[in-house]
Design a protein around this ligand. Structure first.
Ligand code: PEP
Length: 245
């Protein structure tokens, strides 16, 4: 039985004032984990203020061991903050930082080796969706960005159609179901039975008013939530909908 996961990605938002929100969010409960991924400067105070009610994660890590990489954080440094997760390969990093599947695979391997749970993001562009290439794109990203030892530790994959992120648009429930089914089939084929343990999140404009229907889709174990994770008023009902799903 996979534990559900409501994950909030604060992106480049939040100073210490924002941490007051952590006390207002419904906490993790058996079967439904709540995760906040704040910007890096808030990782340590977030871990301290979450008091084990919530899990805390980072939004990126470097693929290499500590060394001469100005401005970066290694996976081991993130683990040292008390964070337990790291988002990798978000489309904003793929697009704005030129991150490739190979780099994301290396980062995921480093995260696993440091004891972190990677949340590996994949998803097609609008043009790829329109041209009927969405499932092929997803397969390619899975093949190239997942490390071979993915299932030796807990891991998460987030299906995030790029055109749904921050736009208010979401795919049809049928499109979400087909994408998640394809991801699960890939995991089973490549990793065997342990492929069933990888949690699959949907991400892209999840809001209180669409969460329940998204969580009813097969193989959707939760959500990666951007904008709506910045306020307890919006994230709270999404968490409640997931716990009830
Ligand atoms: C995201 O950034 O991962 C995301 C899903 O954003 P939003 O919920 O705002 O679309």
């Amino acid at each position: 039985m996979r534990q559900k996961l409501a994950a909030g990605n604060w992106k480049m938002n939040g100073t210490q004032d924002q941490l007051g929100m952590l006390a207002q969010v419904p906490p993790s409960q058996p079967g439904c984990e709540v995760l906040i991924c704040p910007p890096a400067q808030l990782l340590i105070p977030a871990v301290q203020q979450a008091l084990g009610r919530l899990s805390i994660g980072a939004q990126d890590c470097h693929a290499q061991a500590p060394g001469a990489h100005t401005g970066d954080l290694s996976a081991s440094m993130i683990a040292d903050t008390g964070a337990r997760y790291v988002i990798l390969g978000h489309s904003e990093r793929r697009q704005a930082h030129g991150e490739t599947d190979a780099l994301i695979q290396a980062k995921a391997a480093a995260a696993i080796d440091a004891g972190l749970c990677p949340i590996i993001c994949i998803g097609e562009s609008h043009a790829q969706r329109i041209n009927g290439q969405a499932l092929d794109v997803i397969q390619d990203q899975l093949r190239l960005s997942l490390p071979d030892h993915l299932t030796q530790a807990p891991s998460v994959i987030a299906y995030e159609p790029i055109w749904a992120i921050g736009t208010g648009l979401i795919p049809s429930l049928d499109q979400i179901t087909k994408a998640h089914s394809a991801i699960r089939a890939h995991l089973r084929q490549r990793f065997g039975a342990p492929g069933n343990d990888v949690r699959l999140l949907y991400g892209g404009s999840v809001k209180p008013d669409n969460a329940a229907q998204i969580f009813a889709c097969p193989e959707v174990d939760g959500a990666l939530v951007g904008g709506a994770s910045l306020s307890a008023e919006d994230f709270g009902p999404i968490i409640t909908a997931l716990a009830a799903a």
